[in-house]
Design a protein around this ligand. Structure first.
Ligand code: NAD
Length: 501
């Protein structure tokens, strides 16, 4: 069985180096329910050692030329591509998603590395020559120092890669605190960074849970915190880290609506909704978990959705024919099945019921079957809570205006999509929804790496979205220099009065 430790100063942290005595947590394969690894949870002492190492390493790294920093990024890209299959298998084993889906996650992370390879162009400063007589003004952006990333279980490689390439390319040292539920891929990332030539201490991993997070949030040498996870924790992170003077971006949970208008290609909309609701067992922050359907086509769409939900091939993520794997844990399965039951009790119709699903040969796996719930109203628990499982709610509406009202009344604002053949309806939808990422006939509109990713309202606390242009600003701070080289013969005399010319 693997033992997954922290990675400090360029090597796995030995367990006896923890003065407080290590706590450990089992890592399970969700397809079988069996333990595949044990993660050693860092305490506050380990966080101190990790941050101290990062502080030392950042000084030299931040001074290194842009050309040399970016060379490391280019090497990392090659190594990451080479290790994509190994990473995908490791993700699938600890998370449960299919290997193909996990490979897609690595590919989306790789995009951000490629974005960061263009850093010299992205980090060019601004210069105003002769801003006033004999005076030039220029602005540059400098690294913050040590920055931390705290990441969720559902994308153990992609989310760390939303943050670390840009944080590192801009000259910071990055301390990652991955999810304790699928911690092992983070160590493979650390090895790849090292092989790419990144100096020890610039990329650090502290494994752990709340104890490690709380130590990072109050650490005086951590300048900024990037967080991705659930809304209650995002709110806590934003508050505590802000109180301790840190720059914070905290991305939270979601309830994403897919609106189907009567003029949509219904078969295509049903295909897209099915994949976006049940892919990765619904454990995506951009999963479409609510289908909002114009009443006139609702029965037709539900027939198509039910056919597709019943055809989803559920099984272990490592099997080639699998469309959808298990959910992350026995507790998650119980919680999701409880929410399905609550919908039934509150008067919704279970068109397809995934409770009690069994996969032959994997009886102890944490499987929940694809579930389709009709007649959902905004008052029901299954609508109000983020289910984070393979459950698609259907809410029927009269028209586009009522659909937009529903989307905007929801406290979350991560992603949304509209399915229509009308450009006018799509434009109205795009302009009127209060949501950060919008898809027009695109079910999961995760922006490409050179546009930033982020939701609105309870889906993001802090001003800055992740990766893309906003990340360059987040991981740097501006310095503006006003300079003058007086020439004795022509220089104006010193003045007591403010002058702009
Ligand atoms: P989570 O909030 O339980 O955990 C996220 C991270 O915070 C983990 O590293 C965990 O160890 C740590 N953590 C958990 N509880 C904590 C606490 N009380 N104090 C301090 N740290 C704590 O989230 P999760 O279950 O790992 O991930 C699923 C959630 O993440 C969903 O809500 C999903 O929507 C969200 N998510 C959002 C995005 C986005 O871009 N907005 C992307 C992926 C996932």
């Amino acid at each position: 069985m693997r033992q997954t430790t922290s990675w400090i100063d360029g090597r796995p942290a030995t367990t006896d180096s923890t003065t407080s005595g290590p706590r450990r947590s089992p890592v399970l394969d969700p397809s079988t329910g069996e333990q595949v690894a044990e993660v050693v949870l860092a305490g506050a002492d380990d966080v101190d050692r990790a941050v101290a190492s990062a502080v030392r390493a950042q000084v030299a790294w931040g001074e290194l030329s842009l050309a040399r920093r970016v060379n490391v990024l280019f090497s990392f890209r090659e190594l990451l591509k080479g290790a994509a299959d190994q990473l995908a298998r490791l993700i699938s084993e600890e998370h449960g998603k299919t290997v193909t889906d996990a490979a897609g996650e690595v590919a989306r992370g790789l995009e951000v590395v490629e974005f960061a390879c263009g850093l010299p162009q992205l980090l060019k400063g601004e210069f105003s020559g002769q801003a006033a007589t004999g005076i030039d003004v220029h602005s540059v952006r400098e690294p913050l120092g040590v920055v931390a990333g705290i990441t969720p279980f559902n994308f153990p490689v992609m989310v760390p890669l939303w943050m670390s390439p840009v944080a590192i390319a801009t000259g910071n040292a990055f301390v990652l605190k991955p999810s304790e539920r699928d911690p092992s891929p983070s160590l493979l990332l650390a090895e790849l960074w090292q092989r790419a030539g990144l100096p020890d201490g610039v990329f650090t991993v502290v494994q752990g849970d709340r104890e490690a997070v709380d130590a990072l949030l109050v650490h005086p040498d951590v300048a900024a915190v990037s967080f991705v996870g659930s809304t209650p924790v995002a709110r806590h992170i934003h508050r505590v880290a802000s109180e301790h003077g840190k720059r914070v971006q905290a991305l939270g949970g979601a309830k994403n609506h897919g609106v189907v208008l009567a003029d949509a290609d219904l078969a295509d909309a049903a295909d897209q909704l099915t994949a976006a609701a049940y892919g990765a067992a619904g454990e995506r922050c951009m999963a479409l978990s609510v289908a909002v359907v114009e009443e006139s086509v609702a029965d037709q769409l539900i027939t198509l959705l039910a056919e597709r939900a019943r055809a989803v091939r559920m099984g272990p993520g490592s099997d080639e024919g699998t469309d959808m794997g298990p959910v992350i844990s026995a507790q998650a399965k119980e919680r999701i099945e409880g929410l399905i039951s609550s919908a039934e009790q509150e008067g919704a119709t279970l068109v397809v019921d995934g409770r009690g699903a069994r996969v032959p040969g994997h009886e102890n796996g944490f499987f929940v079957g694809p579930t389709l719930v009709d007649g959902v109203t905004p008052q029901m628990r299954v609508y109000q809570e983020e289910v984070f499982g393979p459950v698609l709610d259907v809410v029927r509406v009269r028209d586009l205006a009522e659909a937009v009202e529903l989307v905007n009344a929801n406290p979350y604002g991560n992603g949304t999509a509209v399915f229509t053949s009308s450009g006018e309806a799509a434009r109205t939808f795009r302009r009127s929804v209060k949501v950060g990422m919008v898809g027009i006939n695109v079910p999961i509109p995760v922006p490409v790496a050179w546009h930033s990713f982020g939701g609105w309202k309870d889906s993001l606390f802090g001003e800055s979205h992740v990766y893309g242009p906003e990340s360059i600003r987040f991981y740097t701070r501006g310095k503006v220099t006003t300079e003058r080289w007086p020439h004795r013969a022509t220089a104006p005399a010193a003045s007591f009065h403010f002058s702009g010319d």
